[in-house]
Write a protein that binds this ligand. Structure first.
Ligand code: NDP
Ligand code: MG
Length: 395
């Protein structure tokens, strides 16, 4: 028998949010949308409300809420409009909600994801920044709240699929030697190193295989995305940094692999379309239709290469931040967000991204975070440091 899941989609207007709604729409007998949230794209949110009739829609501020209420009223829609960070957390923890898709981009996604964890929801986690910033505290919240965590990031979803179903956080007990995290290498994998300082945001956002939001597209070009994913894997699978290896695989067909002690390597393959991991997590433990076409392997070569830290210094910075632990991963993430925003705004050159992060990390205090506020403070300080560095040397 199919049971109906009530779902909140945080970041519904983003690329992950839209892919989630695409899968949800294919299964009206399985999913009911209770709440949708957005930041700037109000028209898109209205269209989603028209189609999915959620009980709540959440935006960031009162001005947007007033506008959204007017737009919904014009269409005779009964969706209740809420706003602000507390209401994002509220719709992530409503008693009638079973499943929360956490697909807000950046550190703004942390608080609502925490709320879902404490409320014991099934969390479909796309917002990797939650684990990068606050991995230890978030995993504690998941355990305390009795939440169920399913990774959406395609690599981690692949690893989740390749691990034994009964995996309980002990890689050694499951016979795992290493996790092999694949990366496409992004649009600048073969760009001459001397040309890298001059690459434009448009070039950085033109990803060869995946369609993604702008911020994660730039992260993919610098391979900071993979760095964040190494940290994400550390928490999701309780892995030590030296158990996580990054492999460049330009075709983006193998989404990641698990290497076992007996020499077996189990991989998950598929077309690069986020609806596959989303459908896997939505349907778990069942498999459901996602709209993704069957993978055609005939005539395709699958290749793998080692990443080059000179080309991708952000990947090295992420490994270093993970090894040092404490507040460093949060600072790494925050400085990266600032630098990428400045780059997307045309204010700085591409090579300044890594330089700004390195500077911010060098100024971050060591020590373990006792509570979320410590991390929020480390995040704020790293942003100030990155901005100050970039204001001085924009070239
Ligand atoms: P998008 O930029 O496409 O969408 C982000 C969503 O978050 C939008 O709904 C946006 O609203 C909303 N949002 C933006 N800023 C805020 C804020 N300050 N407070 C509340 N909501 C906000 O991102 P993606 O969908 O690409 O990515 C979402 C998350 O999933 C990221 O953490 C990313 O790293 C992760 N991810 C994405 C993958 C992908 O293929 N796209 C793959 C793996 C992980 P609006 O659009 O209305 O402004
Ligand atoms: Mg990924």
């Amino acid at each position: 028998m199919i049971t109906m899941q009530n779902i909140t989609i945080l970041g519904a207007t983003g690329t992950i949010g839209e892919s989630t709604l695409d899968v949800v729409a294919r299964h009206p007998d399985r999913f009911r949308v209770v709440a949708l949230t957005a930041s700037t794209q109000l028209e898109k949110l209205v269209a989603q409300c028209r189609r999915f009739q959620p009980r709540h829609a959440v935006v960031l501020d009162e001005v947007s809420a007033i506008r959204l209420r007017r737009l919904l009223a014009q269409e005779g829609l009964a969706t209740e409009v809420l706003f602000g960070i507390d209401d994002l957390a509220h719709v992530a923890s409503l008693p009638e909600v079973d499943t929360v898709m956490a697909a807000i981009v950046g550190s703004a996604g942390l608080r609502p994801a925490m709320a879902a964890a404490y409320a014991g929801k099934r969390i479909l986690l796309a917002n990797k920044e939650t684990l990068v910033m606050a991995g230890s505290l978030f995993m504690q919240a998941v355990a305390r709240g009795g939440a169920e965590l399913l990774p959406i990031d395609s690599e981690h979803n692949a690893i989740f699929q390749a691990l034994p179903r009964e995996f309980n956080g002990d890689l050694a007990a499951s016979g795992v030697r290493r996790i092999l995290l694949t990366a496409s290498g992004g649009p600048f994998r073969t760009t001459p190193l001397e040309d890298l300082p001059f690459v434009t945001p448009e070039q950085a956002c033109a990803h060869p295989n995946w369609v993604m939001g702008k911020k994660i597209s730039v992260d993919s070009a610098t391979m900071m995305n993979k760095g964040l994913e190494v940290i994400e894997a550390r928490w999701l699978f309780n892995a030590q940094p030296d158990q996580i290896e990054v492999l460049i695989h330009p075709q983006s067909v193998v989404h990641s692999m698990v290497d076992y002690l007996d020499g077996s390597v189990i991989a998950q393959l598929g077309n690069p379309d986020m609806r596959t991991p989303i459908a896997y997590a939505l349907g778990f433990p069942e498999r459901i239709e996602s709209g993704v076409s069957a993978l055609d392997l005939i005539g395709r070569a699958l290749t793998f290469e080692a990443p080059d830290y000179e080309r991708f210094p952000c990947l090295k910075l992420a490994y270093d931040a993970l090894a040092q632990g404490g507040m460093l991963p949060a600072a790494l993430n925050a400085a990266n967000e600032e630098a990428v925003a400045a780059y997307l705004a045309g204010a700085i050159g591409y090579s300044r991204i890594a330089a700004a992060i390195e500077y911010a990390l060098s100024r971050t205090l060591s020590g373990e975070p006792g509570e979320l506020d410590d991390l929020i403070e480390a995040d704020a300080q790293a942003r100030r440091d990155a901005r100050a560095f970039l204001a001085k040397r924009a070239a």
